[in-house]
Design a binder for this molecule. Structure first.
Ligand code: IPD
Ligand code: CA
Ligand code: CA
Length: 339
């Protein structure tokens, strides 16, 4: 473990920490407290999931409508960090649903930043189109990701995966609520039972910054190519995680994802019996800047390789994996919101 101070920071990050709820009762219903005032119970996780599904399906309808049409593509933080009109339209459709049901909840959208009541204990993380590069090329896979977090913990989420290809797109809808299990198209899913790395298929991803973390992950790609059946690089973090959840693959890791990339898929994996930690083996929160998900059986074997590389990155190579701060400028873009 490389940084005790990171763990301390992890405990204090996020929105409205001083007002956060301290308790969740056994029915899955939550009660909100600040230092002295007791507040009304919130929605159940199942109620939150119904809204997550409605919102994700609204975004997916926009993506489906656009998927075989010409795209208007622009770039964001780097020339390879793309955004299309569909990303923006999908986010607008998702936010309209969330606002209709929960006008005061905070929302962190990839394209629009933070909106809503920043004192809310609920934070919705929205990636309106995960895998934009694939979408721009008509190449599977890409997805719509919607997660409701209570503080830094996802409690309800939906991922709509687009597979297939031009003219033959198919959607898979993954959903999960905390302690309520995970489903794909309504049927329960679970992780694979594979216990040997040499029998596993794993995935990873690479961000748009070609920095020390990106370079180190190139090394991990090589290492795991040698000790597994293969490493795939699909191009959608949400889909990668859901493929672990339904047993298609055994593991996925990536440094420097954002809350909207990882919140929805992480809950689906956990509820399918998988394990989610940071790449150096700490308990995961959606604000963390590295993630390792697995079928649980292989988690320690994966960490034995990934943890030392991650520690070396921070201690010796100056990589900044400190938690994402909601309300700060996102990689040079004007998305600043003050919480
Ligand atoms: C990206 C995808 C990709 C991952 C990148 C993400 P975007 O999200 O999830 O698989 O490797 O790190 O940024 O930009 O397509 O929404
Ligand atoms: Ca994404
Ligand atoms: Ca996106």
């Amino acid at each position: 473990m490389y940084a005790h101070s990171q763990m301390t920071a992890a405990k204090t990050r996020g929105i409205a920490a001083a007002r956060r709820c301290q308790r969740t009762n056994s029915s899955g219903r939550s009660a909100r407290f600040n230092s002295s005032v007791k507040c009304a119970a919130g929605p159940s996780y199942k109620e939150l999931l119904a809204v997550a599904e409605e919102a994700a399906r609204a975004g997916a309808a926009i993506v489906q409508d656009a998927v075989d049409k010409p795209r208007n593509i622009s770039s964001k933080s780097t020339s390879t960090d793309l955004v299309t009109e569909t990303d923006l339209a999908s986010e607008a459709a998702i936010l309209a649903v969330l606002r209709k049901h929960f006008p005061t909840h905070a929302i962190l959208g990839e394209e629009g930043g933070v909106t809503g009541d920043t004192n809310s204990e609920y934070l919705w993380c929205v990636d309106p189109l995960d895998g934009t590069t694939n979408f721009a090329h008509g190449y599977p896979s890409f997805a719509v990701l919607v997660a409701c977090c209570k503080h830094a913990t996802p409690v309800a989420s939906t991922v709509v995966e687009f597979g297939g290809g031009p003219g033959t797109w198919v959607q898979r809808v993954y959903s999960a609520s905390r302690n309520g299990g995970a489903t794909m198209n309504g049927a329960p899913i679970s992780v694979s039972g594979t216990r040997e790395l040499v029998q596993s298929l794993v995935t990873t991803g690479f961000g748009y910054d070609h920095d020390a973390a990106w370079m180190a992950n190139m090394g991990l790609f090589q290492t795991f190519t040698d000790v597994t059946r293969g490493v795939r690089r699909l191009g959608s973090a949400g889909v990668d995680m859901c493929h672990v959840a339904c047993g298609l693959t055994e593991a996925y890791w990536e440094p420097k994802l954002k809350p909207w990339d990882q919140a929805a898929g992480a809950l689906v994996v956990e509820e399918a019996g998988g394990t989610v930690t940071t790449m150096d083996g700490r308990a995961f929160s959606v604000f963390d800047r590295s993630v390792l998900v697995s079928n649980t059986h292989l988690h320690q074997q994966l960490l034995d390789i990934i943890e030392p590389v991650t520690t070396d990155l921070v201690v010796n190579k100056g990589a900044d994996l400190t938690p994402f701060k909601v309300g700060t400028t996102v990689e040079g873009q004007d998305r600043t919101r003050t919480l």
